[in-house]
Design a protein around this ligand. Structure first.
Ligand code: DGL
Length: 264
């Protein structure tokens, strides 16, 4: 699995819960986070480099935990890589459609994810008459990393971002960014009781399980699973933040050096 940094650990957490006997290799591209404001071409290049690193670790499937990287790169990676490549957008969109009663769905994510329109298209593929309202909430990433997930600054920021969606009378809000589950209690309070929050993590874990089943790739190992973590910068900061996102400490954290694709 790879992500731009620490946020994808929310998806890894769901995978550990759902598929406890699978070994996992997590790569956080902490040297180049955030991906959210970067161009699609740059994110695609980063995603290719991350995938190449994971393939070299002999993984049997790749989960693109980052919503922005899924939006800009998942399709291309699937065509280029021989192992299944699972993104977070389609599972999240399906979960949102399953949750909505009125078909009025809000989506929040990074600027890159929202401007790509990927979630909107994915939702409309599943439910053609859905109405999708999207808002980029870039400051939520910093708030989650600072641990400011409650209190007046987070509250005001959430009100500012979410008011336009609440005014549209959405009944479902899709958290289309790895960091937002940490702010879910606050987002839920601001959005109000009539709005169901959906995040992609558990839906992605379920989809990963189904893809492994279909491909006959489930773990048959009798030894305990391995859990390895790689980052491209600052192992100490990653380790410090990891527990809040993963719900457990990230123990084996090593430095990854990615091949620079632009030099090919
Ligand atoms: N992981 C990113 C995502 O889910 C959020 C952080 C970033 O901008 O890199 O879109």
């Amino acid at each position: 699995m790879f992500d731009s940094g620490v946020g994808g650990l929310t998806v890894l957490r769901a995978i550990h819960e759902r598929l406890p006997s699978e070994s996992t290799v997590y790569l956080g591209d902490t040297a180049r986070v955030p991906y959210g404001p970067k161009s699609p071409e740059t994110v695609l290049r980063y995603a290719r480099e991350a995938s190449r690193f994971l393939v070299a670790q002999d993984v049997k499937a790749i989960v693109v935990a980052c919503n922005t990287a899924t939006a800009h790169a998942r399709r291309v990676l699937s065509e280029e890589i021989d192992v299944p490549v699972i993104g977070v957008v389609d599972p999240g969109a399906q979960a949102a459609v399953a949750a909505t009663k009125t078909g009025m769905i809000g989506v929040i994510g990074t600027r890159g994810t929202i401007e790509s329109g990927t979630y909107e298209r994915a939702i409309l593929r599943v439910r053609r008459d859905a109405e999708v309202f999207s808002v980029a909430c870039p400051l939520f990433v910093s708030l989650a990393e600072e641990g400011w997930v409650d209190g007046p600054i987070a509250q005001l920021t959430a009100q500012e971002y979410l008011t336009p969606l609440i005014e549209k009378e959405i009944d479902t809000l899709l958290l289309g960014c790895t960091h937002y589950p940490l702010l879910a209690p606050l987002i839920g309070r601001v959005a109000g009781l009539g709005v169901t929050l959906v995040d992609s993590a558990s839906a992605t874990a379920a989809e990963t399980g189904s893809q492994l089943d279909r491909a006959g790739l489930n773990s048959t190992a009798t030894s305990p699973p391995e859990r390895r973590y790689f980052v491209t910068d600052d192992e100490a900061r990653f380790t410090e933040l990891a527990e809040g996102f993963l719900g457990a400490p990230a123990r084996v954290v090593d430095r990854a050096v990615l091949d620079d694709e632009s030099s090919d």
